[in-house]
Design a protein around this ligand. Structure first.
Ligand code: DGL
Length: 264
């Protein structure tokens, strides 16, 4: 047993899609979350900058005495997960491997699409991970640089968002039977993405998939939180406006959460 919280980080609010799934699958676990909305999006930034920012978020979480870190951001996972995992002596999970395995399981035609930030797509990490497991898979990747800023500004269902999603995904429609939402911000746009891709396309939420791995690791290291009656105190931190973060969190987590502004 280990009653310390699990730490989550993202460039902004996207990691909430992982937290939502954690609250559903592992409701006894306590959460510390840091979102770097002041510097989001990370996707168009150079790798070195993403690396520096991500380490700052990791160091912040370490000051909160977390028992595990979840890099709830594909972009940060693509750039720096291996390095962080090597350096820390607590388990560190990324979101890419779980999404890649789930897509292989889901596809029938062997045609997988990946949408993500410019950095995630440039790294080609999903193709590498998928083809390392299953070399015959066909993987088509597409960068969607406009999606994360729309989510950060809480435009989850605006007509502008619908137009942007429609226009961006045109080249993928009819090409794939499984689409990896390779950015944790994108599940917030899932209904629109599903509508554009068509009901036959299976959408893989890489963050949600990663919660299954969190559960496996908690069991493996025997660090689950005890199921006593002690109240959970989830804590959320943002480098930008606490109110904007809380507004999105309220919709997405269906509850009011305490959000504190921090400067890193
Ligand atoms: N949520 C992040 C991801 O999964 C990144 C969005 C961004 O900051 O560009 O890649």
């Amino acid at each position: 047993m280990d009653n310390r919280p699990i730490g989550f980080l993202d460039s902004g609010v996207g990691g909430l899609t992982v937290v939502r799934e954690l609250m559903r699958q592992l409701p006894y676990e306590e959460i510390i979350y840091i979102g770097d909305s002041a510097r989001a999006p990370y996707g168009p930034r150079p790798a070195q900058q993403i690396r520096t920012y991500t380490w700052q978020l990791v160091d912040f979480l370490l000051t909160k005495n977390v028992k595990m870190i979840v890099i709830a951001c594909n972009t940060a996972t693509a750039v720096v997960w291996e390095e962080i995992k090597e350096k820390l002596d607590i388990p560190v999970l990324g979101v890419i491997l779980p999404g890649a395995s789930a897509a292989i399981k889901s596809t029938e035609a062997g045609r997988i699409g990946v949408i993500g930030t410019p950095m995630t797509v440039k790294s080609d990490i999903y193709r590498h991970k998928i083809q390392a497991l299953s070399p015959e898979m066909d993987v088509t990747s597409l960068a969607c640089p406009k999606f994360a800023p729309l989510v950060e500004s809480n435009q989850l269902n605006s007509s502008l968002t619908k137009k942007v999603v429609y226009e961006t995904l045109q080249s993928l429609t009819g090409q794939v039977d499984t689409l990896i939402l390779g950015c944790t911000h994108y599940p917030l746009l899932k209904p629109i993405i599903q509508n554009v891709m068509g009901p036959q396309v299976k959408l893989i939420d890489s963050g949600a998939e990663c919660v299954r791995d969190i559960s496996v690791l908690l069991n493996y290291f025997e660090i689950n939180r005890s199921r006593d009656k002690q109240e959970l105190r989830h804590r959320f931190y943002t480098t930008a406006s606490a109110k904007s973060f809380a507004d999105i969190a309220k919709v997405w987590l269906n509850r009011q959460v305490d959000v504190e502004h921090v400067t890193l």
